[in-house]
Design a protein around this ligand. Structure first.
Ligand code: DPP
Ligand code: ZN
Length: 859
């Protein structure tokens, strides 16, 4: 497959200032007449050939300036038309079969309705078009369809006219006044009901808001609506961004590859990020709805008003919009907890990317299939990179930078460089060297040492950016680190400092310490780096109890456990040092369980042990079996050692009635965390409490927390809870997804056999991405299942990829990276992982998506 390179960018030869689309809708046959006003681009190469991209469509008729022409030709999937003048009207007719579109890209049928997904290159599956983000057009859309099948007809912008035909069909015309690239086009037709509300913008314009769902789901839309209104208000207050249409529609669709899509004025969402009520959604689900609603809404400015010049610039809109949604969620809830959660996601999803065969900079240099670059690197590391600019500038100066960016590039298809320049100019930063964060892949490693002499503490920092595929040599990057030095006696520090390490190695001195201070570094996770600092457990216990930066406090607890478990896994613990290590952890853990000054949301966060994947990342070559055993053993030890505090905590939390306020949410969080440890220490007691919690549950957080624990236990209570859970929520797809993933994610001794059985269950289907992820992604990220010593976990995922690829390549490709980690796994398992990749590679017809990921993973 051809490699597309960033450096090869050329402006389009032809522009399309206007497009009119006419759809005659049908589930198995939709006719599309597309009328393009094309104009030669003065900045283009002057070519007389108009190239219109297509993908699995054929031109049924081609007209130029009203006259049928036959001298068009196909080049691969693209349609080429010779044009003599500088401006023409080009009409092309196509027909598609939405019901047969299992890839869920372009126009497809879901649950009897029609919807579209065009990012990144789905529009070319509907009609022929220069399907690239730097071609901006004003869209007029007309659609005609059967009134009973498609009572609601939606597209971007505003509805300008509608009417009925004598034959039982009806039609609607939509117009979007804002020029946009084709990837932001959307159309939805079907039986939908809406939760309607309004929002008055800061300049006093009234906007109609609708959340559209299938009949029966409308009672679960209020949280999404509240989140939308909060997002609109927040973006005005925080970034000065006002909504720019009179209407904002959100539609929930149950078959969807991504989380959601920011189409102009018509966001299309995966149902899981819209529908929520206490009975069926956990507190985490509520947060996810709020975050994704915010994310897609914020794209209206960071993505739609200013879009990307080409797909290499994806982080321009995604990194920035993730940062915006993170700041929004932090303002809506607990800033501290949100920061910890975001770092946990980064470490779980992005660090492995950066250290594996698929490593790429946040602004990639090449790709074969752009769908493979909607990654944690582009999104989450992209957000961290912009967050560093904000940290260095301060929030007020940063805002001046973003104001300048929105002002300078409104209406344009911009680049990451444009963004950096605007922040540089607006915020008054020198970002010359900082631009390396856009071009260099790999997580920088910062080695730390602290010495003390007289009254001076000297901090020595050394950075190393590891080699990544295609980038053997790296240059030092500016790394902003928030630091504080604590006085061991008073437990206080004299103020936080920001140090920027921009050389391979540097020292920083701090005065006024009679005794060696305790260093707190990378506070708030100010830089997306890994810190290498060999330190006494005692200092970590001190910080876990005393650090006033909540992230640093969490980090101290994590490091305490990481140091212990990494040594344990490598066989480096004697009975004596194991006991000492556990004692230190037990002390810190007890302090967390009992500290009256901690709020429960934060307490619950601090109770979470580092994930097995994160522990594996700390080792050059990991033995997943040993990691699992040691981590489980520590959990069980904590469960026994702290049994009294844990049961007291569980009892206290059980007594708190359901509400959505922070205190009650905190109670539910520690309730479920406590249950995990109680069950680890004493399965009988854990099972009894879990079943009680399950039976008494009046909300999904409690119910899921109980099933989560029971699903891993080999006890009779497990069957009761799982059977009840299934029958209670029969027909509720999102909750049945949970039923699958709770089992597939469990540490039950028979987990792999259970997964194989679930794959045969009548409720399982390969055509719904949520269901596929519920079963198989849960398995792929479950170390006990995936890394089973037999290799059956690898086989399970390899088989899935081969079976799913012909149905939905985009989703199939998402499973490849788990196998692609083989180089960092002990040799016996590594060989079996590689073998699975080779079996996939041997398939005669693989999608470009899977082919790219597999060949890079083997390469
Ligand atoms: N729908 C995806 C997102 O919002 C891609 N734009 O991130
Ligand atoms: Zn996005």
């Amino acid at each position: 497959p051809p490699v597309i390179r960033r450096e090869d960018y050329l402006p389009p030869a032809w522009l399309v200032p206007e497009i009119a689309l006419d759809f005659t809708l049908g589930l198995t046959a939709t006719r599309v007449v597309s009328k393009l006003h094309v104009a030669r681009n003065p900045d283009g190469n002057g070519a007389s050939t108009l190239r219109l991209n297509g993908d699995q469509i054929t031109p049924l008729a081609v007209r130029v300036d009203g006259a049928a022409v036959s001298d068009w030709r196909l080049d691969g999937a693209d349609l080429l038309i010779e044009l003599s003048g500088d401006a023409h009207i080009v009409e092309v007719e196509t027909q598609v079969n939405p019901a047969a579109n299992s890839q869920l890209m372009g126009l497809y049928a879901s649950n009897g309705m029609l919807c579209t997904q065009c990012e990144a290159e789905g529009f070319r599956r509907i009609t022929f078009f220069p399907d690239r983000p730097d071609v901006l057009s004003t869209y007029s859309v007309r659609m005609t369809g059967d009134k009973t099948t498609f009572p609601i007809l939606l597209a971007n912008g505003n509805c300008t006219a509608q009417g009925e035909n004598a034959d039982g069909s009806h039609w609607a015309e939509w117009h979007d006044p804002w020029p946009k690239p084709s990837y932001l086009f959307a159309l939805v037709a079907g039986e939908l009901v809406s939760n309607h509300s309004t929002f008055t913008t800061m300049s006093g314009r009234k906007v109609d808001l609708n959340i559209w769902v299938r009949p029966g789901d409308e009672d679960r839309t209020q949280h999404a609506m509240d989140s939308l209104i909060a997002s609109m208000k927040w973006d005005e207050e925080t970034f000065g961004r006002e909504y720019d249409l009179d209407l904002f529609n959100v539609v929930a669709v149950s078959d969807f590859n991504m989380g959601a899509m920011e189409n102009k004025g018509l966001n299309v969402f995966n149902t899981r990020y819209v529908l929520a009520d206490p009975e069926t959604a956990t507190d985490g689900d509520f947060d996810a709805v709020e975050g994704v609603i915010g994310h897609e809404y914020f794209h209206n400015w960071s993505g739609n008003r200013i879009t990307c010049r080409d797909w290499f610039q994806l982080s321009l809109k995604e990194g920035f919009t993730v940062l915006r949604d993170q700041l929004f969620s932090a303002d809506m809830g607990s800033e501290a907890v949100k920061r910890i959660e975001d770092v946990r996601i980064l470490r779980a999803a992005q660090f492995p990317e950066d250290s594996g065969p698929l490593a790429h900079p946040i602004r990639p240099d090449s790709y074969q299939e752009i769908n493979n670059f909607y990654t944690a690197t582009v999104y989450n590391k992209g957000a961290e990179v912009i967050r560093m600019m904000r940290t260095m500038a301060g929030p007020e100066q940063f805002r001046k930078g973003t104001d300048l960016y929105f002002d300078r590039h409104d209406g344009e298809a911009a680049t990451c460089e444009d963004f950096v320049k605007a922040i540089e100019d607006g915020a008054g930063l020198d970002l010359k060297q900082f631009r390396l964060w856009y071009s260099q892949a790999g997580t920088p490693q910062v080695s730390v040492s602290l010495s003390h002499e007289g009254s001076t503490a000297t901090l020595k920092l050394t950075q190393k950016v590891p080699a990544t595929p295609g980038q053997p040599d790296k240059q030092p990057m500016p790394i902003p680190l928030r630091v504080a030095l604590f006085d061991r006696d008073t437990g206080a520090h004299a103020g936080e400092k920001l140090v920027v390490l921009d050389k391979p190695s540097d020292t920083f001195t701090f005065d006024g310490f009679a005794k060696p201070p305790v260093l707190s570094i990378n506070r708030g996770f100010s830089a997306p780096v890994s810190i290498d600092f060999d330190r006494e457990a005692e200092d970590l216990v001190f910080l876990a109890a005393n650090d006033d930066d909540p992230f640093a406090r969490y980090e101290a607890m994590q490091n305490l456990v990481v140091q212990h478990l990494v040594t344990a896994v490598s066989g480096g613990l004697s009975d004596e040092t194991r006991a000492a290590g556990r004692a230190a952890i037990g002390k810190a853990f007890t302090a967390i369980l009992t500290d009256p000054a901690l709020d429960d949301l934060m307490r619950g966060e601090l109770m979470i042990l580092p994930a097995e994947g994160y522990l594996a990342e700390q080792m050059l070559i990991a033995d997943p079996g040993a990691i699992h055993t040691e981590r489980e053993a520590l959990k069980a030890w904590l469960g026994r050692e702290c049994a009294d505090d844990l049961t007291a905590l569980h009892d206290r939390a059980v007594a708190v009635p359901y509400s959505r306020d922070a205190a009650a949410r905190g109670a539910r969080k520690i309730k479920n965390q406590a249950l995990v440890y109680i069950a680890a220490g004493n399965a009988q007691e854990g099972a009894r409490r879990a079943l009680d919690q399950y039976r008494a549950a009046d909300n999904m957080t409690d119910r899921q927390g109980a099933v989560l624990v029971l699903a891993s236990l080999d006890v009779p209570e497990r069957e009761e809870a799982l059977a009840d859970f299934r029958s209670r929520y029969e027909g509720n797809a999102l909750v049945i997804d949970k039923w699958f993933s709770l089992q597939a994610g469990s540490f039950h001794p028979e987990v792999l056999a259970n997964i194989r059985k679930l794959a045969e269950h009548p409720d399982f289907t390969m055509t719904n991405p949520n269901r596929v992820r519920a079963l198989y992604m849960a398995a792929a990220v479950n170390p006990k299942a995936f890394h089973d010593a037999s290799g059956d976990g690898y086989r399970l995922i390899g088989d899935l990829i081969r079976r799913l690829d012909p149905i939905n390549p985009q989703t199939a490709a998402r499973f490849v990276p788990s196998l692609g980690r083989w180089r960092r796994i002990e040799p016996v398992r590594a060989a079996m992982m590689r073998e699975e990749l080779e079996r996939i590679a041997a398939e005669p017809s693989l999608s470009r998506d899977v082919r790219e990921q597999v060949s890079k993973s083997l390469g």
